[in-house]
Write a protein that binds this ligand. Structure first.
Ligand code: SF4
Ligand code: SF4
Length: 172
């Protein structure tokens, strides 16, 4: 039997998370340095578990903050899917929705044009970078800490996983 762990004090208020991100900037950078000295496999296991448990307590359909603040990298496969979904040629998708930056393709509008009332209107065909956000299920967490700290102020899942990681590691 699987037991669902309920975390108290889960913070989902975006304004508060943004403020705490600024206030705890130094603390988070220090915690990053501390994490770099830990066993990466152990940290991956804890983060993987925290992500699953905490994600169950946060409803992305009432948030949508990543779609308002971040623009995903778009692959050619994403464009193919969008092309079928929107019934437009890939060339048209690129002209209408994509821009290049540092050799990568991105959506050019922020907030994302596909976000309506905090929900993705192309959910089943959204870009891979959207479906894998906030990337906490991936291995090598401690090699991606700069991005994690950036997302701490944007995504309630990242914020609460990071805070609970500090608690589990008895980080002062
Ligand atoms: S495609 Fe959907 S999930 Fe991705 S940024 Fe736009 S609204 Fe968000
Ligand atoms: S992934 Fe994070 S920022 Fe995006 S909708 Fe879910 S909780 Fe909000």
């Amino acid at each position: 039997m699987q037991i669902m762990v309920i975390y108290k004090n889960i913070e989902t208020e975006i304004d508060k998370i943004e403020k705490l991100g600024k206030l705890r900037k130094k603390e988070n950078v220090d915690f990053r340095i501390y994490l770099k000295g830990q066993d990466p496999h152990r940290i991956d296991e804890i983060v993987y578990r925290l992500n699953i448990e905490i994600s169950k307590q946060i409803d992305c359909t009432t948030c949508g903050n990543c779609c308002m603040k971040l623009t995903p990298v778009i692959t050619d496969q994403d464009i193919q899917r969008l092309s079928q979904r929107l019934k437009l040629k890939p060339k048209q998708i690129k002209e209408d929705y994509i821009e290049m930056a540092e050799g990568e393709q991105y959506f050019k509008y922020l907030p994302c044009v596909f976000l309506k009332e905090k929900k993705c209107t192309i959910y089943n065909d959204r870009p891979e970078a959207c479906s894998s956000f906030p990337h906490l299920h991936k291995k090598e967490f401690i090699s991606r800490l700069c991005g994690v700290i950036d997302n701490y102020s944007i995504c309630p899942i990242v914020f609460n996983v990071f805070e609970n990681l500090k608690t589990e590691l008895n980080y002062k």
